[in-house]
Design a binder for this molecule. Sequence first.
Ligand SMILES: [Zn+2]
Length: 428
Amino acid sequence: MIPEIELQSPQEIKEYQEKRLRELLPYLQEDSAFYKRHFEQNKIDISQIQTLEDLQQIPTVSKDDLQKNNEDFLCVPRSKVIDHVTTSGTLGDPVSFYLTDKDLNRLAYNEAISFACSGVTADDTIQLMTTMDRRFMAGMAYFLGARQLGAGIIRTGSGIPELQWDSIEKFNPTYLIAVPSFLVKLIAFAEKNGHDLNATSVKAAICIGEPIREPDFQLNTLGKKIKEHWDIDLYSTYASTEMATAFNECSAQQGGHLHPELIIAEILDENEQPVNAGEVGELVVTTLGVEGMPLLRFKTGDMVQAHDESCTCGRNSLRLGPVVGRKKQMIKYKGTTLYPPAMINLLNDFSGIDGYVIELRHNELGTDEILLRIHAPAANDILLKEVKDHFRAKLRVRPNVVFESKETLDAIRFPKTSRKPVVVVDLR
Ligand SMILES: [Zn+2]
């Protein structure tokens, strides 16, 4: 089930997207209060925007714009809204997203073709280890996609390893959708409670929320940790509420495939110019086919590398490598540019480390400093030196490291207001 457009040549894909872009612009001008104003204030004549290159004439839109003008992005009357979701904003309050009936169909289509990209068929059964409610978009998207594809689904939700194992043994799922670090917990639970990992029906996991690969597509520490214990295929998926679109890996596992009928992607440098081929830059997206809250040139804040060579699976669509970090969390450390995920990857190499927080601050010279606050049950100087040496060897930085009690660290890691554990504290 590969959509026809994804098999066409890069030039045909580009022309197709330009046609869709030319349909989107009048819709935004007419029905989006925000974009109408955005075009007026920036003197944009939409009839002059014909190609993907022309898009660069339109100023980008940030998460701040989305937060400050949230309701102005809605293109339909509230009576047409079916599903109400929120995603974290930049200023504390969440940002609202509204989906119409058409948007729910688009979401189902998006997830169905994304699942298919990762090898899921109507014969598969998926165990969904993520939340369906709490105003999240993702869980519902997975459910709708599985249904459209004709695959079975088991909605276990997040957490509770015992329930997960009970469901695996009762319903024999072939695919799991999970946060990869939760798979590590599931493995530990299985080993402790006598579940035979390699005797299950599970053949693959679709990994959400955390990278499992290095930029060269080799499994990272987390990915390897899973694979060493449990011989299942691991597929990355990258998505967000704003994009309402997923980028799933195919069997080649060389980056997440873009679906040209759903989204236009640009990779921009610090001056908002396209990066040279193969360079890391910020992903900027334009959604296609969204009725409720379409976005034009939205800056995701995610730093990624795009790959445009055709894939062995036959698709000619762009592929995105793992997210190397958030743009805001970029660290310039003595001439080296790095992002927290690379540090998280290294900290995961130490089985003696129980938990950690990466603290970023400016020193008196105004340059970046990294402090790793670590809890290790057997904290000692040898571990301290090993951590510093490992960082110097792999990332060419030597961060400050302090050991913390479990209580101190947990107070930082699990604030009441956050959906996910805090790993990075940015005080800059
Ligand atoms: Zn492929």
